[in-house]
Design a protein around this ligand. Sequence first.
Ligand code: PMP
Length: 368
Amino acid sequence: MTFGIDDLPVRDELRGKSPYGAPQLDVPVRLNTNENPYPLPEALVERIAERVREAARDLNRYPDRDAVELRTGLAAYLTHTSGHPLDVSNVWAANGSNEVIQQLLQAFGGPGRTAIGFEPSYSMHGLIARGTGTGWISGPRHDDFTIDVPAAEKAIAEHRPDVVFITTPNNPTGNAVPAETVLALHDAAQTAKPTMVVVDEAYIEFSHGASLLPLLDGRPHLVVSRTMSKAFGAAGLRLGYLAAHPAVVDAVQLVRLPYHLSAVTQATALAALEHTDTLLKYVEQLKAERDRLVAELRAIGYEVTESDANFVQFGRFADSHETWRQILDRGVLVRDNGVPGWLRVTAGTPQENDAFLDAVREVKKEQN
Ligand code: PMP
């Protein structure tokens, strides 16, 4: 017997749990982690090199702890794209929106407190809750993956969570959550006690609809989280951010590690923001490809969940893991999120999507 995790005095709530583990397999077509398939444009790569070179001259010093220039740039981006005015005091940034979520749970969750999400949804909400000692409550959805509002309100009334997560567009299902649903759950959550409501908009740039940022007006318990991993095509950068009332920004500063955002990260993200318009053009191409995937999958005879994201959930399969394997055997990696009967494919380049569609056409024939 080799010495393993179970032989270490790990916290009880971590025993028997698996780490986040999307397979990173070396196959020709990888459409499994909702990345943007387009490499950054060369002009942006050059600008990153310039900005990082400048930053390197000061690497003997700690970075700007409050990332003021970057947060100002992110606030300008949000204001420009949503029409809802925000400034540096409303925005906080961290290493990926995963870290933003962790800081929110460190500040508003923790031992003796609970958070709720409506599942299937982004599995890291529950995992980060566990990692911060926050109890996790799995809330309900309808069979078509929309949020069952009366059931969700009932779950909130019963469990009185301290944090409510709403992911829109939702991952892995792809559907967006209507503003009325978010408002209903926000209001339900405030009846028993003040409760933070985190709207995870990681994929909002790909949506047919608008961001919920305007709902922040007059709602100090609402938080919108965002990322540069998807629309900005910069998953490798690790830059996530939130928009909220300035008091929320003050609260997360109580738990952030000092100098958590490196000078290199800040410089790179600032360079990416300078190229927003070009990057958003790729988003338009990906939206068209996403819509093509939905239409072609339906034409092949699959069921598809409405998608407002850069990925599509399709089914139904008697054995989704076996189907995942059959698609992989054809050189295409999609994602089995453990939603029984369904798989998820990320919109790639037109060539990658064609390879995927050829693979699932063959699989469909085999299964018929
Ligand atoms: N939220 C959702 C809904 C996601 O799907 C992801 C990434 N898959 C994240 C947050 C985290 O993204 P990142 O840490 O790269 O910003």
